[in-house]
Every structure is written in structure tokens, then in C-alpha cells.
Ligand binder design. Structure first.
Ligand code: ACO
Length: 428
């Protein structure tokens, strides 16, 4: 294959180098396009064909259903690693040895106290506030309480910001949930593992000892690992682009949380459960909802189906489906919602509309079922996704800063009015 792509515009030819990744993905490097052609840009709404960066963090092949973090397969990581090891690998490049992991965890624990004044902000939110809005605001507010986290010019300063947010974010997630439930806002227990501590912070009742349930610890660990990174998705691209202005890690993450909130992205896990509930309330007629999903005049979409990148299957969905079966069996839960989910899945997998468009269940189709079995309220599902995605966002932000990427600033093609005369208010 030649390593040059040639573009011809109005009889004039321009050459652009091809660049190849370590997994042989090829891109046309158009960095010089606008300068060479005196103003021509590319347009690609939704960035379906546009690579925004070169990255060494996550590899995925949507056709083959492959997902790897730092070269490690998602199947291996979900089975053999814990969330903190995966977080370390994502952020720093390799799985940690015992000493590195211990230091990482110790530093995170040392930074897990959130200024008590943040509770006043939590108090000011109405109980009905969506936890994602609360989380995004609190994460941004952390900047004010930790101003040194913004101007990070050395790797050491970056490291300090990273362990701070890894320590404090689970506290904020727990507070966002407990606020809704009218429970006291508490700090974690630094004698516990990272994931055990999260569960205790979320579920501890003020008048009872909290007893860890290993099934829940394992299930949450796996869910967080499966959500930990997914290369340049909507929220990650948001984190990178906000961070590219050197706005600071916490502000960038806050923007990422807002991007994740949308039902076409992380909000889908909440939407899936609400959809399954609605189908159950409506008599459990999955065929009716299949027909609605296929009807172009009906805005309804089968939530938890389809993916921008996976056009074969979502490898995370495969792992999570098995985990959902195990967790429900271990906890002895029989959930009619699961039967509806399985029915919908079978119908969709055999339906021409879905087969033709390569629409398969994605990770969110099953994650909500596990969260529900764990006793996590539906409105918290996307916040749990954010908790899992945190190391991925951090890794991507850190990579972008270390590579000294330029500020993100796309171009456009203007399609508005041409110059026109100003008219005074009485003449309009
Ligand atoms: N139900 C019914 N039809 C669908 C669905 C669905 N869930 N998803 C896609 N389609 C159809 C579209 O109507 C379109 O049909 P057409 O070609 O006849 O017009 C075709 O499939 C392609 O869909 P696009 O929207 O162009 O695909 P895109 O890659 O832009 O969108 C997305 C991907 C947003 C995930 C989409 O499949 C969707 O809305 N799914 C439901 C929401 C969801 O589950 N989101 C979670 C994504 S995973 C994550 O964020 C972790």
C-alpha cells in the first residue's frame, strides 16, 4: 500500500501522508490541508470518519468485537484484575506490581476526604435533582476547594490531581445517592478495598453495621472495569477538548459527566430499565415495542441496542450478560424484567430490521439489571457508569496533556445569511 493519499480539487493535486497505528489502522493525515488548499476543510458531522488524536490507551475493533485497555484484553481484565489495577494500567500504561498498586491505593486513600463545606452545596440541591447534575456540579466545585489541581505543569502535580479525584469522586457519588434518600453524608472507611469502600459509602445505614457481600463486590468490580474506557466516545472527547484549553482536570471531568448524562450515551442504562419497566407495566408485549422501534414515524428506539462502533457485538455486553445471570442466581433474585430483556434480545437478534442494521445489545442493556439487583436506584445508574469511566477520562486527559496536544477548535462551513443591512428596531 502506498503511504500517500492524493486529493484532487479543481484539477489541483495535493498529497497527504498516511499514518498507520500499531493495529494497522490507517488514517489520512490532513493537518496541512487547509493551509495547502487555502481554506478547504473537511466536514464530518458526528465525527464518524474523523480521528481526533493518536492514542495508546484503548484499542477497539467494532467489526471483530475486540476491546483492549493498554493491550490487555477486556475478557482477561474482567476476569483476573481488580478495578484499581485496571485504573492504574489505563492511566500509567502497564499493570502495576504489588508495590506500585499499594502506593497508588495509599495515595488515593490519603486524598479521599472531601472538604466538609461541599456538604453545604449538596444540601442546597433539591432532593429531586438528578444525581448526574449533582455530580457534575460537585466535581466542578472541587476545583474551588483544590485550586492547585488546575495548573499542572509537571507529572508530579498531575499525579496529585489524579489521586485526589480518584479518592474524592466515589464520596461524591455516594453523597449524590444518599442525598436523594435522605441519609447522612458520610466518609468512607480507609481500611477497605476501593470497591468495598464504595459499596459501604453508598449503602451503610446509620443504625446498622455494614456487612460486605462478596457477590456485590465482585459484580461492581467487573462493571466498573467494563466501563473504564472506550477510546474517543462522546464524554471522553469532551474531557479531552475541555482539557485542551488547560481548564483543569476536575472542570474537564465535570464536562465529561454532563456529556455522559445523555440518553444516547451513558444515560442509556437508566433509559433501558425505564423502557423495560414500561413494557412490563404495559402487559409485557415485547412485539409491540419491537414494532415501535422499527416504525420510522415513532421516535421510540430500543434502548440498549446499537452502537456507533460495534457493528458485530459489544464484547462488554457478552461478559456482563453472564455476570447478570450469575449475580441474580447468587442473590436468589427472580426478576420479571430480566425475562422481558431476554425476550426483547431474542426477538431483535432474529429480526431483519435489527440484523440488517447490525444492532446488537450494548453494555447498557444488561448493566442496569445488575445495578437493580444490587439495590442501586435507577437514577444512579449513569452515575455508576461515571464512576467506572473515571480512570479512562483521567488517562485520556493525561495523555492529551503529556502529548501537548493543541487546543481543540474545529472548523465549520457557514450556511447562514450573507452580509445584510442593519435595520433599526422600528423598521423590523
Ligand atoms: N432502535 C431502533 N433503531 C435503531 C436503534 C435502536 N436502538 N439504533 C439505531 N437504529 C437504526 C436507526 O434508526 C438507523 O436506521 P436507518 O438506517 O433506517 O435510518 C440505523 O439503525 C443506524 O442508526 P444511527 O442512529 O445512524 O447509528 P449511530 O451510530 O449514529 O447511533 C446509537 C448509535 C446512538 C448508540 C444508536 O444505536 C442508539 O440510539 N441506540 C439506543 C441508545 C443506546 O443504547 N445508547 C448507548 C450506547 S452505548 C454507550 O454509550 C455505553
Amino acid at each position: 500500500m502506498s503511504d500517500i493519499a492524493t486529493l484532487e480539487v479543481n484539477g489541483q493535486k495535493y498529497d497527504f501522508p498516511l499514518i498507520k497505528g500499531t493495529e494497522n489502522e490507517v488514517a489520512i493525515d490532513i493537518k496541512t490541508l487547509r493551509g495547502a488548499t487555502e481554506g478547504i476543510v473537511t466536514i464530518d458531522p458526528g465525527y464518524k470518519n474523523t480521528g481526533s488524536c493518536e492514542s495508546g490507551i484503548t484499542f477497539l475493533d467494532g467489526e471483530k468485537g475486540i476491546l483492549r485497555y493498554r493491550g490487555y484484553s477486556i475478557e482477561d481484565l474482567a476476569e483476573k484484575a481488580d478495578f484499581l489495577e485496571v485504573a492504574y494500567a489505563l492511566i500509567f500504561g502497564d499493570l502495576p506490581n504489588k508495590e506500585q498498586l499499594d502506593k497508588f491505593h495509599t495515595d488515593i486513600k490519603a486524598n479521599s476526604i472531601v472538604d466538609d463545606d461541599v456538604k453545604k452545596i449538596v444540601d442546597a440541591f433539591p432532593k429531586a435533582a438528578h444525581p448526574m447534575g449533582v455530580l457534575s456540579s460537585l466535581t466542578s466545585a472541587l476545583t474551588a476547594f483544590n485550586p492547585s489541581s488546575v495548573d499542572v505543569s509537571s507529572e508530579e502535580e498531575m499525579y496529585n490531581s489524579v489521586v485526589k479525584i480518584l479518592g474524592k469522586f466515589p464520596v461524591l457519588v455516594a453523597w449524590a445517592m444518599r442525598k436523594k434518600q435522605g441519609l447522612p453524608l458520610d466518609y468512607g472507611d480507609s481500611s477497605l478495598g476501593y470497591v468495598e469502600n464504595i459499596l459501604k459509602m453508598m449503602f451503610k445505614q446509620p443504625n446498622e453495621e455494614y456487612v460486605q457481600n462478596e457477590i456485590l463486590v465482585d459484580a461492581l468490580d467487573k462493571l466498573l472495569i467494563l466501563h473504564a474506557d472506550h477510546e474517543q466516545n462522546c464524554s471522553t472527547s469532551t474531557v479531552r477538548i475541555v482539557g485542551s484549553s488547560h481548564a483543569g482536570l476536575f472542570a474537564s471531568l465535570s464536562a465529561g459527566i454532563s456529556a455522559l448524562w445523555g440518553p444516547l450515551h451513558g444515560g442509556a442504562n437508566q433509559a433501558v430499565l425505564e423502557m423495560l419497566e414500561a413494557i412490563k407495566e404495559d402487559g409485557g408485549d415485547t412485539k409491540k415495542y419491537m414494532a415501535k422501534a422499527k416504525d420510522k414515524n415513532d421516535p421510540f428506539r430500543l434502548m440498549g441496542f446499537g452502537h456507533r462502533v460495534y457493528k458485530n457485538f459489544d464484547p462488554r455486553a457478552r461478559i456482563i450478560k453472564t455476570a447478570a445471570d450469575e449475580v441474580l442466581a447468587d442473590l436468589g433474585i427472580e426478576d420479571p424484567i430480566l425475562d422481558i430483556a431476554k425476550g426483547l434480545e431474542q426477538e431483535a437478534l432474529n429480526d431483519e430490521y435489527f440484523v440488517k442494521r447490525k444492532l446488537y445489545p450494548n453494555v447498557d442493556f444488561y448493566s442496569g439489571i445488575i445495578y437493580r439487583a444490587m439495590g442501586i436506584p435507577v437514577e444512579m445508574f449513569t452515575a455508576m457508569f461515571a464512576l467506572g469511566r473515571l480512570p479512562g477520562w483521567i488517562a485520556q486527559w493525561r495523555e492529551m496533556r503529556l502529548r501537548k496536544e493543541p487546543i481543540g477548535r474545529p472548523r465549520q462551513i457557514y450556511i447562514g445569511k450573507n452580509l445584510r443591512e442593519f435595520t433599526g428596531i422600528n423598521e423590523r
